[in-house]
Ligand binder design. Structure first.
Ligand SMILES: Nc1ncnc2c1ncn2[C@@H]1O[C@H](COP(=O)(O)OP(=O)(O)OP(=O)(O)O)[C@@H](O)[C@H]1O
Ligand SMILES: [Mg+2]
Length: 283
């Protein structure tokens, strides 16, 4: 009996947070690095289902950098990065789209559907809802900067009770354009801004942003982020992530968090407990 009372207490503790976030849109960037074991993927799907059932509106944007690199290696296609961004030749673009839209997107969609929520996979090419232009064609090829996100595609899916799962590919503006490979962190922020999300959560493979002693930094302001970037404490894949957090909060998203996707149910800990987890980026 005592155990049952504890269960009820736990549920009640979540009530104020359910009230706060009910009907709100929460964008989740599901990093490739966090999509590791089958067990973790299942916990992720459970969390999404729970959020959906209590009335929160989850929207997922996924990454997949490591899988793209693995496939390029398997096909002996050269790939390189300049300033942490992939150089996307036409051939790399084909593979990136196959892996992102074809493999990873459908895997996440199927998993969520098998748990009982209705997920739909799209990329920015669908209805051309995300458009981009080349960042610098001579250097990065088909790696793009987002020029526009049309909110209605995602909003309509949410209003119809679907969980949108977005692959970070954008449409080019000219007829017959092969499209652009876009950074998934920035894609998540641009989508979050366009659809009026309340919160954005980046699930990755570290506890959050760490200092040079590998200690977690629970809260960071813009100035602190800029200093940590300048002295190299924040580097590599963490750079676009903190930039994406700043982009989101500048665009009206209330809160941005970077949390550990390797920790079971970290999203629920962030949403439904007062302590939270990971790093919060504030203005
Ligand atoms: N100060 C820092 N604190 C924590 N991680 C950092 C820091 N600086 C750099 N990193 C690196 O950033 C990585 C997270 O970014 P990464 O791009 O690898 O993952 P992701 O964005 O979750 O996955 P994907 O790019 O596939 O979607 C960490 O694994 C770590 O190596
Ligand atoms: Mg990344």
């Amino acid at each position: 009996m005592q155990a049952k009372i504890e269960t009820v207490k736990t549920l009640l503790e979540a009530l104020p947070f359910i009230k706060e976030f009910r009907k709100e849109i929460v964008v989740i960037k599901y990093g490739g690095s966090a999509q590791t074991s089958p067990q973790l993927k299942e916990k992720f799907a459970e969390d999404i289902l729970l959020m959906h059932l209590v009335g929160i509106k989850p929207v997922i944007v996924h990454g997949g950098g490591k899988k793209i690199t693995d496939m390029l290696d398997a096909l002996s296609i050269d790939t390189k990065f300049i300033d942490g961004q992939r150089v996307t030749t036409k051939e790399v673009m084909r593979i990136a789209e196959m892996i992102l839209s074809g493999e990873i997107n459908k895997e996440i969609v199927s998993l969520i559907n098998s748990y009982g929520a209705k997920a739909i996979g799209v990329s920015g090419k669908d209805a051309h809802f995300i458009t981009a232009k080349a960042k610098d064609f001579a250097r990065w090829g088909l790696t793009g900067n987002i020029t526009n996100v049309k909110p209605d595609v995602v909003i309509n899916l949410i209003d119809d009770g679907f969980v949108p799962v977005i692959a970070p590919i954008a449409a080019g503006e000219e007829m017959g354009h092969p499209g652009f490979n876009i950074n998934a962190d920035l894609c998540a922020s641009y989508v979050a801004k366009a659809i009026g999300a309340n919160k954005i959560i980046f699930l990755t493979d570290t506890e959050g942003v760490l200092n040079n002693d590998k200690e977690l930094l629970p809260s960071l302001t813009r100035d602190e982020v800029e200093n940590l970037k300048a002295d190299g404490t924040i580097h590599g894949g963490m750079v676009p992530k903190v930039d994406a957090c700043l982009e989101a909060i500048d665009g009206g998203v209330q809160k941005a968090h970077i949390i550990d996707g390797r920790l079971e149910h970290s999203m629920l800990l962030e949403l439904f407990t007062s302590e939270g987890v990971g790093t919060q980026i504030i203005k």
